[in-house]
Design a protein around this ligand. Structure first.
Ligand code: THU
Length: 136
C-alpha cells in the first residue's frame, strides 16, 4: 500500500489498540482522512448494557464532526480479529451520511498487508441518505 494509506491504517491500528471491548473481545479501529487532510480516529466502546456500545466508525465520525468537518475522503477500518473487517450495516449508513462519490473505504488483509478499497456505493448500494430528506 502507498505511504499515505499506511498513515491512515497506522492511525486505525493505534485506535484499535485502545478499544474498550471487554464483552466481545473484538477490537476495532477506524481512521478518517478529511478533505483538509486531518486524520481522526475512533475505536469501539462497549457497555455492560450491550446496545449502548458504539462502533469504531461511529466514534471516529463523532470526533470528526466535533472538529467542524463533515466530509470523509477516506476511512480505514481494522478489526484485530477479522481479516478483513468490513463495516457493519449501521456503519455503512453512518459513513454514507458524510460521503460522496469520491469517498473510499479501505480494509486490510492482515495476512498480506494489502489494502482492499471500495466506494461507499459498492458497500451500500441505493442508499437512503441526506438527499432523500432534502439535505445535500
Ligand atoms: N464493531 C465495530 O466497531 N465496527 C463494525 O463495523 C463492526 C462491529 C464492533 C462492535 C462491537 O463492539 C464489536 O465490534 C463486536 O461486534
Amino acid at each position: 500500500m502507498d505511504a499515505t494509506l499506511k498513515v491512515l491504517f497506522d492511525a486505525a491500528d493505534h485506535a484499535a489498540a485502545y478499544a474498550y471491548a471487554p464483552y466481545s473481545n473484538f477490537s476495532v479501529g477506524a481512521a478518517i482522512r478529511t478533505p483538509s487532510g486531518h486524520i481522526i480516529a475512533g475505536c469501539n466502546v462497549e457497555n455492560a448494557a450491550y446496545p449502548a456500545g458504539t462502533c469504531a466508525e461511529a466514534g471516529a465520525i463523532a470526533a470528526m464532526v466535533a472538529t467542524g468537518e463533515t466530509k470523509i475522503s477516506d476511512i480505514a477500518i481494522v478489526g484485530l480479529k477479522s481479516n478483513p473487517c468490513y463495516p457493519c450495516g449501521a456503519c455503512r449508513q453512518r459513513i454514507f451520511e458524510f460521503s460522496d462519490a469520491t469517498t473510499r473505504v479501505h480494509l486490510r488483509n492482515s495476512a498480506t498487508g494489502e489494502a482492499i478499497t471500495h466506494s461507499i456505493d459498492a458497500l451500500l448500494p441505493n442508499a437512503f441518505g441526506p438527499r432523500d430528506l432534502g439535505v445535500v
